[in-house]
Design a protein around this ligand. Structure first.
Ligand code: ZN
Ligand code: ZN
Length: 367
């Protein structure tokens, strides 16, 4: 086999199925036959909102491959790799930290100053062009991907490829929830009920948080949130979420609020979160916006209220291990989240329906 099939991004909103040369395996590297993958908002951003400079670098001769949430099995390993064998079922950590900077020294890999990622999950498009062209490292919307062995999580027998493809986003969510440190009896709120917000709801509910409010303008997402364990949902188009949260908490506000709404909604939801947070409460900023957004903050409110305002990005190894356990336990029902499913050949359609009202998270079957 000299080539493998991949979905090539060849320009702004241009994707085509093509062949890439099978790369050589260098020290520490593994060749993975991918089985399942998902589209993530990061993929959508890189597909629909490529800046003109990045877009101008791409062509049929100079493509990139998106996709970083995936599972598969080891097809081949470099001669020096002895910790993992061909045939082993794996999920992929897409992050490629430098292992040299001050953050990497502290094992804070999500904060690496030179972070790159498989499938452009971190770093620039020119980084991704470089990775593919020079090192043969592409993305997961493909039959195969080359990854460092240390980026693989070995799957226990009880977990399917479909389930394992959700490890990466769920690990991100578990990092966020760990930072929020929910305690039984507290009221928690999730702004934005896309796939990530819904997973926040599901995990919080599984942790015994029973006062759990979800906020989203889309009705089918609110319905899903109720099915996932939310005790109350708010349509910000018909009620002011701040008033609803205050009314639900005897006027005190919620102890814990996650902002999982990105894009244009990020700013308004963060503003509402800061108004609906209880004294000593924690506001966790999970979602990102395409362009940096600024907003006025009442500093005295933070100061006198002992309010914690923070964010999380990426995950640590423990979160990935927890994610695998949580999926295996059935607490997180992947079929409810990873829907609908397309084949690699249908990738353009998969992109076109992502973000639609009734879509939670588009999955790809790469077998
Ligand atoms: Zn992702
Ligand atoms: Zn680093």
């Amino acid at each position: 086999m000299d080539t493998y099939k991949a979905a090539l991004v060849i320009g702004s909103e241009k994707i085509a199925i093509g062949e890439l040369p099978v790369p050589e395996l260098k020290a520490g590297e593994v060749w993975v036959r991918l089985q399942c993958a998902n589209l993530c908002p990061t993929d959508l951003k890189k597909f629909y909102h490529l800046d003109s400079k990045s877009a101008s670098l791409l062509s049929e001769d100079v493509p990139v491959v998106l996709g970083h949430e995936a599972s598969g099995y080891v097809a081949a390993v470099a001669p020096d790799v002895d910790q993992i064998k061909p045939g082993t079922r794996v999920a992929i950590d897409p992050m490629l930290p430098c292992y040299e900077c001050v953050y990497c020294e502290d094992e804070d890999y999500p904060l690496c100053k030179n972070l790159k990622g498989i499938g452009i999950s971190a770093g620039s498009v020119s980084d991704a062009i470089h990775l593919l062209d020079e090192q043969g490292i592409g993305g997961c919307f493909a039959e195969y991907v080359k990854v460092p062995a240390r980026n693989l999580f070995v799957l226990p027998d009880g977990i399917s490829y479909e389930q394992a493809a959700l490890m990466e986003p769920l690990a991100d969510v578990l990092h966020s929830i760990e930072a929020g440190n929910p305690k039984p009896g507290e009221t928690a709120v999730v702004f934005g009920l896309g796939a990530m917000g819904l997973m926040h709801i599901r995990v919080l509910s599984s942790m015994g948080i029973t006062n759990l409010i979800g906020v989203d303008p889309l009705q089918n997402r609110r319905e899903k949130a109720l099915a996932f364990g939310a005790s109350e949902v708010v349509d910000p188009g018909s009620a002011n979420p701040v008033e609803v949260i205050l009314a639900a908490t005897k006027g005190l506000g919620a102890e814990l609020i996650f902002v999982c709404a990105g894009g244009n909604a990020q700013k308004v939801c963060t503003d509402q979160a800061l108004k609906a947070i209880r004294k000593k409460g924690r506001v966790l900023l999970y979602a990102s916006a395409l362009k940096p957004a600024d907003m006025p903050i009442d500093i005295n409110h933070i100061h006198y209220g002992l309010i914690t305002l923070t964010g999380t990005v990426g995950f640590y190894r423990r979160h990935a291990e927890q994610a695998i356990q949580l999926i295996m336990s059935g607490e997180v029902d992947v079929d409810q989240i990873r829907t609908p499913i397309f084949t690699l050949d249908e990738i353009a359609e998969a992109f076109s329906i992502s973000g639609k009202d009734d879509v939670v998270k588009v999955g790809l079957d790469l077998r």
